[in-house]
Each structure stands twice: as C-alpha cells, then as structure tokens.
Design a protein around this ligand. Structure first.
Ligand SMILES: [Zn+2]
Length: 345
C-alpha cells in the first residue's frame, strides 16, 4: 500500500461536529461506511493512511453574528455540556459499532497498538472548554470518560480565556489573558494529565500558560506567522518557547493559514504546507513539527481534496528532501511522543 510506512496521526479534525450537524439519518453508519461529504470517514481514512488523531468536540457559537465587541458569541455552559455529551456519545457509538475498526485511545500505548492493528486511533479532544465552566466537575467526569486533550478556547472569549479572533494581517496579541478560572483550569489539566492545546489562544494567554503549565507546550493546528501573518499563527518567539519545552506544532491545512497574502483560495498548493513544515523543522527541530489537518473544519487545498489525498502531502514532503526517519516523525512519531510525555508525566 502506498506510503504504508508513514501512517498519519493527526492533531485536529472536526468530523464529530460534521456528523452531528450533517443531517445524516445514521451518522455512525455514514462514518463507518463512507459518504460523499466532508474530509474524513473510515474508508477515506484507510485509503489515505490516516491512522487516527485528535477528534475535536467543538460547540459552535449560537450565532455567527459578532457581538458589540466584534467577537463571536459564546455558548452557555449547559448548552455546551449537552452538545459535548452528544458528540462524545457519537464517538463512543462509532467505536462500538466499528467492531474494532475504531478505538478511542487513552494512552500512547493504545495509539501505538491501534496503528499497528489498523484500528483508527481516535483521541477525545475538546476545543473550547465552555462545557466545563464553573466548578470543573464536568472536566473530571469527561476525563474519566476518556478526555485526554483540551483547548481552553476557540476563537472567542469564554470564562477561562480570550480566544484569538480571526484577523489578517494581525499579530496574535489581541485581548486579555487567562481569568482566575482559566488558571485553575490549566492546573486541573496538569493534575489530570490532560494535554493543554494552545491553538486558538491569544498571545497573552499563550505566555501565561507557558509560565504556569508543567507540560510541553503544544499547538495542535497552527502555522507559522512569519510565513502567513494570520492572528491564528505562531510567532517565532512562540515557536522558540514550544521548542524549549520539547512541545509540538501540528501544521494546519487550512488555506487561510498558509499563504503570505491571506487569500482563502482552494487552489492553494500542497507546496504551501511543505513550506510551513520545513520552516518549523529548520527553526525548532524535526522533533517539534507534525500535522494538524483541521479536516472537516476548514477549507483545505483542493489538490488534497480529503483524507484520501494525504499520500500527496507525504510525497511532497519526500520530494522536498525529508528522509524516511524524518517523515515518520512528522507523520506520527512526534505526536505519539509528545502525548506519551504529557500523559505519563
Ligand atoms: Zn480550530
């Protein structure tokens, strides 16, 4: 099988939201049997060598009309918790009905075993912690259920922090840092060994977490600000801080975050992705860069099309000059390593 030595374990997908909102009669069957929508389902994952990744639970804003401050409105805690439980149930239903085809992984050993046996390795991730606002009880229960990584914010304010708004060109230094509740959340994540995801944090929040957290700094789906000055991307100083904690950056395939002109054009080439991978490898090391597709959550290069197109990226990385050992790190080993160190610490 093409590129079978480079299974891709990926830092971010939104397939659970797509299935939750997609209107399929049986969303579990749509995932397991495949369909002609979005970027990921099990047959296309297998075809493209997508071995697994962080499956985000993201609760959209109640409206996409910005409020008086220019921010997307934040979902209320009970609504966010209900939606989170619905999408988590979907994930566990997929695992159950897959009869071994999908595994919800709680340890690095689970991920390694799943990749070896060809079972899609899903990690339960939350993007935007509205569901656990308040006393954090839900955080402890969701962790018991399998939650292993969490981003405190999406690109909007919540009780914990201020997610960086989408702006181009713009520094990520927009808005205030963590609230006291936000600091408690980071400490609780450290205690539970839940990975804290820095993608969507603004710059103040990023540096406060860098100061407070004991875990490696990880941005699951963000790119290089020096190459594409979008507010969602990481400055060189932020990249250096990630290096200093032996953290990781997962490269986002979203065309919006790739080009130096910030144009949202699906005709953007896969070479633009390679540019960001190469920059990070060059600046902070080959062990610090991986993939964070944002499949089912953003507009990706049309030439990739969907998860089945991943071998094209592996080929482009190879053509750029990455050797087999480096390709294995970029495609899966670096993710497994940083999760292992975060979860086992
Ligand atoms: Zn995101």
């Amino acid at each position: 099988m093409l590129n079978s030595s480079f299974p891709v374990f990926d830092g971010h997908n939104d397939v659970l939201l797509r299935l939750r909102r997609g209107g399929q009669k049986d969303p579990v069957a749509a995932f397991l049997n495949g369909e002609d929508a979005g970027h990921i389902d099990l047959p296309r994952a297998r075809k493209g060598g997508l071995a697994g990744g962080l499956c985000a639970i993201y609760v959209p804003s109640p409206s996409m009309t910005k409020d008086a401050n220019g921010d997307f409105p934040t979902p209320a805690q009970p609504d966010a918790l209900n939606e989170t439980l619905a999408m988590a149930r979907l994930l566990f239903d997929i695992e159950k009905r897959s009869e071994g085809g999908v595994t919800v992984c709680r340890t690095a050993a689970d991920i390694r075993r799943s990749i070896e046996t060809g079972s899609f390795a899903a990690v339960f991730h939350i993007e935007g912690a509205e569901a656990v606002a308040g006393d954090l009880d839900a955080l402890y229960i969701l962790h018991q259920a399998g939650l292993r990584t969490l981003g405190p914010v999406w690109s909007r304010p919540n009780a914990f922090a201020y997610g960086v708004p989408f702006r181009f060109p713009s520094t990520p230094d927009i808005g205030p840092g963590l609230s006291e509740a936000g600091k408690d959340l980071i400490r609780a994540c450290n205690d539970l060994k839940i990975m804290v995801d820095l993608s969507h944090m603004n710059e103040k929040g990023f540096w406060e977490i860098a100061e407070l957290s004991k875990a490696p700094l990880v941005a699951s789906h963000s790119n290089v600000h020096a190459l594409c000055p979008h507010s969602r991307n990481l400055t060189d100083r932020q990249l250096d801080a990630i290096r200093d904690t032996q953290g990781l950056v997962g490269i986002n395939f979203g065309v919006l975050f790739l080009r130096d002109d910030g144009v949202k054009d699906p005709a953007t080439g896969i070479d633009q992705l390679v540019r960001h991978v190469a920059y990070i490898a060059e600046r902070i090391g080959i062990d610090r860069v991986a993939l964070g597709s944002d499949f089912d959550g953003t507009t990706i290069p049309a030439e990739m099309k969907d998860a089945a197109g991943l071998p094209k990226l592996v080929e482009a990385l190879k053509a750029h000059g990455f050797n087999d050992e480096e390709l294995a790190k970029i495609t899966h080993l670096n993710w497994i390593d940083v999760l292992d160190r975060t979860w086992a610490a």
